[in-house]
Design a binder for this molecule. Structure first.
Ligand code: BG6
Length: 487
């Protein structure tokens, strides 16, 4: 829906001077604006703690847009038109009066427009402030219009199942579930969204999408970055909470879910919850068998020396927090019985790569019995980033007089179709503005995802197996992860 059909909207960014706002949110709003997706009438109330003038804040946003925005070609006039919609407000989250002032600002906007605008609150604040913000928004009467007032909330969404349940309960005292948009930016990535189109928009793949044909599924998210300046946060989190519980679980749901009856938010989210409920919980005593955890030690990436995790700023030098996880599990339903799913994620790996590999079973017949060692099972690879493509490998006859086989690939490459693809945050912000929660996580999804990893958390925290492995920065991860795959 392009801008002329949209209701005026007041966007309120809590944490407007923070890292996320600078790298992702403002560039995303600007790109949506340039491409005509924002409403004709909108305002971005940007809340931050540091005293600054409107001009200083707008210049700061412009600088960040020049560094982080997907679109770099824009005119002075376009920037001027966008920047006049940004208003910086010095704000103290801990003071109720700040929220009363915010309400006055929002009411004034509506009076000037002559219409009650939609309101979108973006909570890009530390988890410890969520309760305060949520309560103060409620006390200031800022959340009462269920159809028009929405809130986007960033991860981490809880620390474990119990804290996620408590957080959901707290938020439900202020907002109705349909007003809450729990963001997982992996769901906004093009090739993650494409999974549904690929699976349910074709006749030929879905009949093969089960344990009759699929041998295993691997989901990998490898990063070259370390913990950067987030050591403090990361050390209390680790890869299991930071990546597996949310991003990788969400990808898993897209791969494993049943067909939704309609492309509708509740249908799709119901089917995802079904998957999470069917994931077999690993018994406490088996955690060592099914999981690997590791920390990076010093190493090199692209010829540059990188410190080990324990030497990173903000990290406890005796930390027992993992920067790498590999795990194997099963989904106990008709479709997936017996198919192992492998998940891997790590920081400071040799390359940045997020991908899904669906390995099909060996060819059942022996027609090519003399060539068996050249017969590779079919594989479907969905590359999420940095490449964005779908690759199907199959066997073919090697051109020539004799009958020899060789593997070939069919490729759909996003970048060949379009040089510009929207950033995940653009997609998700637009959906939230439009009131479409399909790509956001519902409370039960989040709780169920925590439940899946709950025993792993318990076993790891009790110091029991598996032991903490190590891998050098810039390597492919610990050897134990390869063993897990082989097993
Ligand atoms: C975030 C994690 O959710 O996702 C980070 O907190 C991680 O630790 C990031 O680096 C990865 O996102 P992307 O889009 O760069 O793959």
């Amino acid at each position: 829906m392009k801008n002329n059909d949209k209701k005026p909207t007041s966007i309120v960014v809590f944490g407007a001077t923070g890292d996320l706002a600078k790298r992702k949110l403002f560039p995303a709003f600007f790109n949506l604006f340039l491409e005509g997706w924002l409403p004709e009438e909108f305002e971005i109330l940007s809340l931050g703690r540091t005293e600054q003038t409107q001009e200083e804040f707008r210049n700061y946003i412009l600088e960040n847009i020049r560094t982080f925005s997907r679109i770099q070609k824009f005119s002075q006039e376009q920037w001027n038109n966008f920047s006049e919609k940004i208003k910086f407000i010095r704000f103290d989250i801990t003071q109720e009066e700040s929220f009363i002032r915010l309400k006055n600002e929002l009411d004034t906007i509506d009076v000037n427009l002559g219409i009650r605008s939609n309101r979108l609150f973006y909570l890009s604040v530390a988890p410890s402030f969520i309760e305060t913000v949520s309560n103060s928004l409620k006390n200031a009467g800022l959340t009462e219009n269920v159809d028009q007032d929405r809130m986007i909330i960033e991860k981490p969404f809880g620390y474990d199942k119990a804290s996620a349940v408590a957080l959901n309960k707290l938020l439900s005292q202020t907002f109705k579930e349909e007003q809450i948009y729990r963001i997982d930016h992996y769901l906004g990535k093009e090739n993650v969204q494409n999974i549904l189109a690929f699976r349910f928009g074709n006749t030929i793949f879905e009949p093969l999408w089960n344990n009759n044909y699929i041998d295993s599924v691997q989901i990998t998210v490898a990063e070259t970055v370390g913990v950067e300046d987030r050591g403090g946060y990361y050390d209390g989190s680790g890869a299991l909470r930071d990546m597996i519980q949310n991003h990788l679980m969400q990808i898993l749901c897209m791969i494993a879910m049943e067909a939704p009856a309609a492309f509708e938010s509740s249908e799709i989210r119901d089917r995802k919850v079904d998957v999470l409920k069917s994931v077999r919980r690993i018994n406490l005593e088996d955690i060592g068998h099914y999981t690997v955890r590791a920390q990076y030690t010093e190493g090199e990436i692209d010829g540059k020396k990188k410190a080990g995790y324990l030497e990173e700023p903000g990290v406890n030098p005796n930390s027992n927090t993992e920067t790498y996880v590999a795990m194997k599990f099963y989904i106990d339903n008709e479709r997936w019985r017996g198919v192992p799913f492998y998940m891997r994620t790590g920081k400071r790996m040799q390359e940045k790569k997020s991908s899904i590999v669906i390995s099909f079973k060996d060819v059942p017949c022996t027609t090519f019995r003399d060539d068996l060692n050249m017969l590779f099972p079919n594989k479907l690879v969905i590359n999420i980033q940095p490449e964005m493509d779908v690759r199907l490998s199959f066997m073919t006859k090697k051109p020539g007089l004799d009958m020899k086989l060789k593997p070939a690939e069919m490729v759909f490459d996003y970048f060949e179709c379009s040089s510009e693809t929207p950033e995940a945050y653009e997609t998700l912000l637009l959906d939230a503005l439009d009131g479409d929660s399909t790509l956001f996580m519902r409370s039960d999804q989040v709780e169920e995802a925590w439940d899946v990893i709950s025993n792993i958390q318990t076993a790891w925290e009790s110091g029991n197996s598996p032991k903490m492995d190590t891998y050098a920065a810039g390597s492919a991860g610990p050897a134990a992860a390869d063993d897990l795959l082989k097993r």
